[in-house]
Design a protein around this ligand. Structure first.
Ligand code: AMP
Ligand code: TRP
Length: 330
């Protein structure tokens, strides 16, 4: 079953609707990388419950995310698409790694600080050990490469430290993963249309464009996008709104930023925004069509999920068996 391709692992939480930021920063790269690596793409539902979820909504979001993975063009035969909670080894390795993670080390994680500030009434222990679970995800599959956004870099660093620590304490067991930071490849950090100084995020979607928005909604959101009092369509740090729109346009039309600037040399902001919206609508159309077909086919989705669970379980079991042995469990 194994081939000699390097291994890639990444995951997205099934909490809310995915934005075009998720698409450009994560999913689009997943599709590009799938031919060169043996890929494990996970729906990380265990991570989602660090914030309160409505169970029925979580369940639906999980199906939706698997369907979106497929609709974007991820091949479930060639790769492993699976649901984290269906592979118990994630929790098992989390415990072993937790006993090798220092309290102070976990306390330094910036996401923990941010999320605790955002949800002061629910600072649970799971939120604290979130990065240890993420390290377990990655290390279980002996991943060489992990595509993540910039915000997850610190967590990946912890995963590397934990792998190195385990290997030194026992014996070489775990692959030390390398990050693949999407934002370095073509600046795909997409900002909120209503506040272009803030990252576009699926949790607060005032100015977020969702992957499953209707063409009308997409057009409306772009028409309302914040720009500036200038008239030039140029990419510049002093023009966050226009720069963000140029980034989105160039990503969806596969052009460079300077080619995109040329396309709009004598164009006004109003027409520019419409053209950006059109490129997004066109780019998302095939994905949305595939999605509506797949999400109706429950039997197919269940089959994909089941195959993924089996493949992931097999691989994860090999690692956890080794780990348990080295730690001294009978
Ligand atoms: P999240 O929505 O924070 O769970 O992130 C899921 C994946 O999408 C991660 O790899 C993020 O780095 C990426 N991502 C989320 N929002 C953006 C954004 N606005 N721009 C680029 N990438 C993003
Ligand atoms: N924490 C990641 C995020 O919020 C999601 C995630 C969980 C992940 N486990 C992972 C990403 C393992 C990469 C590898 O985006």
């Amino acid at each position: 079953m194994e081939n000699d391709k390097k291994i890639l692992f990444s995951g997205i939480q099934p909490s809310g609707y995915l934005t075009i930021g998720n698409y450009l920063g994560a999913l689009k790269n997943f599709v590009t990388l799938q031919n060169d690596y043996d890929c494990y793409y996970c729906v990380v539902d265990l991570h989602s419950i660090t914030i309160d979820q409505v169970p029925a909504v979580l369940r639906q979001n999980t199906y939706n995310l698997i369907a979106l993975y497929l609709a974007c063009g991820l091949d479930y035969k060639q790769n492993t698409l699976f649901i984290q909670s269906q592979v118990p080894a994630h929790c098992e390795l989390t415990w072993v790694l937790s006993c090798n993670t220092m309290f102070g080390e976990a306390r330094r994680m910036t996401q923990f600080k941010e999320k605790s500030a955002k949800h002061p009434d629910n600072i649970n222990v799971g939120l604290f050990s979130y990065p240890v679970l993420m390290a377990a995800d990655i290390l279980l599959y002996q991943a060489d490469l992990v595509p993540v956004g910039n915000d997850q870099k610190q967590h990946l660093e912890l995963a590397r430290d934990l792998a190195i620590r385990f290997n030194n304490k026992f014996s070489p067991t775990l692959t030390v993963p390398e990050p693949y930071i999407a934002s370095k490849q073509g600046g795909a950090r997409i900002m909120d249309l209503a506040d272009p100084t803030k990252k576009m995020s699926k949790s607060d979607n005032g100015g977020a464009v969702l992957m499953l928005d209707t063409p009308e909604d997409i057009m409306r959101k772009f028409k309302r996008a914040v720009t500036d009092s200038d008239t030039q369509i140029k990419y510049h740090a002093s023009k966050p709104g226009i720069s963000n729109l140029l980034t989105i346009y160039s990503a969806f039309s596969s052009k460079t930023i300077s080619e995109s600037e040329k396309d709009f040399e004598d164009v006004g902001y109003g027409d520019f925004k419409i053209r950006v919206a059109e490129s997004v609508i066109e780019g998302l159309r095939p994905i949305q069509n595939e999605y509506s077909r797949i999400i109706k086919d429950k039997a197919f989705l269940e089959q994909v999920i089941d195959e993924g669970r089996q493949k992931a379980t097999q691989k994860a079991f090999k690692t956890i068996r080794k780990i348990y042995k080295k730690v001294g469990f009978i």
